[in-house]
Design a protein around this ligand. Structure first.
Ligand SMILES: NC(=O)c1ccc[n+]([C@@H]2O[C@H](COP(=O)([O-])OP(=O)(O)OC[C@H]3O[C@@H](n4cnc5c(N)ncnc54)[C@H](OP(=O)(O)O)[C@@H]3O)[C@@H](O)[C@H]2O)c1
Length: 301
């Protein structure tokens, strides 16, 4: 098969389009002919060597495609599925555990479906599972224009909460258009001064942003970060819980999110869909840290 293989860490140039062996199918897994894959920031973090991985490797977690062979109950050849790859998504074929995939609804394209898994599960689990967001509460979402953040804003609204997005000037109308009740432009305003009583702050940015959200959270509230170390001591002083959350693949949640997209209740923003062979450009864009929504790689099938 053709795949993007990384033999060493470094600049986007280390990503090479070449012939590779098809991944072997294990028990409980399906082999998927990949129609679309999406790029997440963790991909360039692996590429840079910030996260260790054995080499050579095929990067990419998010895939959507057609089952070619199955050794898993509940999935058969020809099923359209999407989810999290086990063998690497930037390839013509990829394996996935049955627990990490779900059926793709007809009304959702492969491009949209490939954009959902990591971003959707992370937003869902951070706000609803870890954050326990309830109707009537206020959720502050930092990085609201990004892959995870734009879905988090919409999940908060669907939960009946008030959503306040944080992002740059260019994403104001986009985030308000997703249903956010308010927007804080971090290039103009300090979020801790603009907001004071959020029940949950969700940090999809990291760095200095994480601690800057603390003054925006009410006493007894929670700061959930997905992008770095939580500021535990400063949080304790303010009587706020601060926690790092790491996403787990969950088939039922994937199915729930895809239904919301199929029904038109959630919009998946695709910044750009480009051929797999444009992966270097996709990585450059992702590494810039300012993508709106998701970057998708498509494969000719
Ligand atoms: N722990 C986990 O399980 C997990 C899972 C998924 C992702 N992550 C991590 O979470 C982070 C976000 O992922 P993603 O896929 O959403 O990334 P992304 O698509 O690159 O989005 C990042 C967004 O952050 C915004 N941003 C940049 N600086 C900001 C600031 N100072 N304040 C507010 N917004 C800012 C950017 O928009 P503007 O142009 O408006 O600045 C951009 O839209 C990454 O670090 C990723 O590795 C962790």
């Amino acid at each position: 098969m053709q795949a993007i293989v990384m033999h060493e860490t470094g600049d986007p140039d280390v990503l090479r389009y070449e012939e590779a062996d098809r991944p072997e199918l294990g028990d409980g897994e399906v082999l998927i002919r990949v129609h679309a894959a999406s790029v997440n920031p963790v991909d360039w973090k692996y590429r840079r060597g910030f996260v260790e991985t054995p080499l050579p490797t095929v990067l990419g977690n998010d895939i959507s495609g057609t089952v070619e062979a199955s050794r898993a109950d509940g999935f058969a050849e020809g099923d359209r599925v999407f989810g999290i790859s086990a063998s690497g998504g930037y390839a013509e074929y990829s394996t996935a555990s049955a627990a990490a995939i779900a059926r793709k609804p007809e009304a959702v394209s492969h491009e949209q479906a490939a954009a959902i898994p990591v971003a959707g599960l992370t937003a869902w689990q951070a706000l609803l599972d870890r954050g326990g967001l309830q109707g009537g509460q206020t959720a502050l979402v930092a990085g609201a224009g990004g892959g995870v953040g734009h879905l988090a804003v919409q999940f908060a609204k669907l939960a009946g909460a008030r959503a306040i997005g944080v992002g740059s000037t260019r994403n104001r109308d986009f985030v308000l258009g997703l249903g956010a009740d308010e927007y804080v432009d971090y290039t103009q305003q300090d979020v801790g001064e603009a907001v004071s009583s959020a029940d949950i702050a969700f940090d999809a940015v990291g760095g200095d942003t994480t601690a800057s959200l603390l003054p925006a959270v009410r006493e007894g509230g929670i700061l959930v970060t997905i992008a770095g170390a939580p500021p535990e001591e400063a949080a304790r002083e303010r009587e706020v819980r601060a926690e790092l959350m790491v996403m787990s693949p969950k088939s039922e949640q994937l199915a729930q999110i895809a239904e919301l997209v199929a029904d038109g209740d959630v919009r998946v923003e695709i910044a750009e869909a480009m051929p797999l062979t444009d992966v270097k450009r996709a990585h450059e864009l992702s590494e810039s840290g300012h993508v709106r929504g998701k970057l998708v790689l498509t494969l000719a099938v």
